[in-house]
Design a protein around this ligand. Structure first.
Ligand code: NAD
Ligand code: 89Y
Length: 343
């Protein structure tokens, strides 16, 4: 294999997408995998032809022979594994949610900074083709200065069959899915100074909240609403689409269900299809997410080679993670949270 050699920790449900995408990435490939569950290790090792297999991450780092690590475990192990990578001076990608608390996330960023290694959070939703298309239209000045936005993810899709742990945690939709929507809001309208949130649990079979409505005050003066739900039955299931509405000084942008992009301004209205590609290994409806996994992995390699900062670096993701914590605090206390004071 030529290019950068990677090691992946956590061979579960989502790692299959990450492994497929690594095969397509230009300039890197996975040479070792680790999972404490022997069955998962065998399934992924056999499917992707990986010979070096470990049940213990310390043992894998001790053997070395890789240039970066891709941490695809659930949140409980993220801090320990990122700090292990830092101790071993190995650049790391860490899945979302980055950490259990903002304090942990800060410690992880500091550990990698002190070790001089790159750290990127696998916050892939901003890399989705339709989200990139919205960003591009804004950058081209299509609607002037945006002053209002809505970032909406409302679904009745059964995410619990593939990811049963999502039904068990005290926290659910903001930490799991809203984290992406909040990151998209930051990516499109900029950093946030204040946040107000309300949450609900509708599905009686899960522990955490499955509905959240969040009002964001952006530092540039724009206001947006992030609304997420896994308790919404619609005539046509939109999973996993994020719908966007943006109003600007010179026009409007609408990202509509079915991956349509509508831009209205002084020149009239244009409509475009911004559907993601169906990669050879992808399947509907996940293909939107799957394509963004490839995009973020390619970005990791390209920036690592250039020695440049990643779009969703650990430091950048602290600002998204703070919004998650602020949303839970706001919903619990019924008040607006000063996000700047948290950072
Ligand atoms: P999973 O439970 O199916 O897989 C996790 C795997 O990690 C398991 O096989 C487990 O045995 C292994 N593991 C846990 N701790 C370990 C350790 N210390 N050492 C070695 N192996 C360990 O979980 P999943 O559904 O694949 O989710 C993994 C992460 O991916 C979660 O944080 C989830 O939020 C995230 N995720 C992200 C997206 C996205 O679009 N970015 C989509 C789905 C899931
Ligand atoms: O875990 C979640 C994610 O990150 O994207 C969708 C998901 O798989 C279920 O909400």
């Amino acid at each position: 294999m030529t290019g950068l050699k990677g090691a992946l920790i956590g061979c579960g449900f989502f790692a299959i997408n990450q492994m497929h995408a690594w095969k397509d990435v230009d300039g890197a490939g996975i040479v070792a995998i680790c999972d404490r569950d022997p069955e998962r290790l065998k399934i992924v090792g056999d499917q992707f032809g990986i010979v070096r297999r470990y049940s213990d991450a310390e043992a894998m780092f001790a053997d070395g022979g890789f240039d970066f690590v891709d941490i695809a475990t659930t949140v409980q192990s993220h801090r320990a594994l990122v700090e292990m990578a830092a101790r071993n001076k190995v650049p790391a990608i860490c899945q979302k949610p980055f950490a259990k608390t903002l304090a942990d996330a800060r410690a992880m960023v500091e550990a990698c900074r002190a070790a001089g290694v790159a750290l990127m959070v696998h916050e892939n939703f901003r890399w989705q083709t339709p989200i990139q298309a919205v960003r591009k239209a804004l950058d081209a000045g299509a609607i002037g200065t945006p002053f209002w936005g809505r970032f909406s993810f409302r679904s009745g899709y059964d995410v619990f069959s593939g990811q049963p742990y999502l039904a068990e945690g005290e926290r659910f939709i903001i930490e799991d899915l809203g984290i992406h929507t909040l990151d998209i809001a930051r990516y499109i309208l900029g950093d946030v100074s204040g946040l107000t949130a309300r949450t609900k649990r509708v599905n009686p079979r899960i522990r955490g909240e499955d509905v959240a409505t969040i009002l964001l005050d952006h530092e540039n003066g724009a206001t947006s609403v992030v609304d997420v739900s896994y308790a919404t039955r619609l005539p046509k299931e939109p999973f996993p689409e994020t719908l966007i509405e943006l109003d600007g000084s010179e026009g409007t942008i609408r990202l509509t269900q079915g991956y349509g992009l509508e831009i209205t301004n002084g020149r009239g209205t244009t409509r475009m299809d911004v559907a993601p590609k169906l990669l050879s290994w992808a399947s509907r409806p996940w293909h939107n997410i799957q394509e963004s996994v490839f995009a973020i992995e390619q970005h990791w390699v390209d920036q690592l080679k250039r020695g440049a900062e990643h779009s969703t670096s650990g430091a950048d993701n602290l600002k998204t993670f703070a919004l998650v914590e602020a949303a839970y605090d706001s919903a619990a206390q019924g008040r607006t949270i000063d996000v700047r004071a948290m950072l």
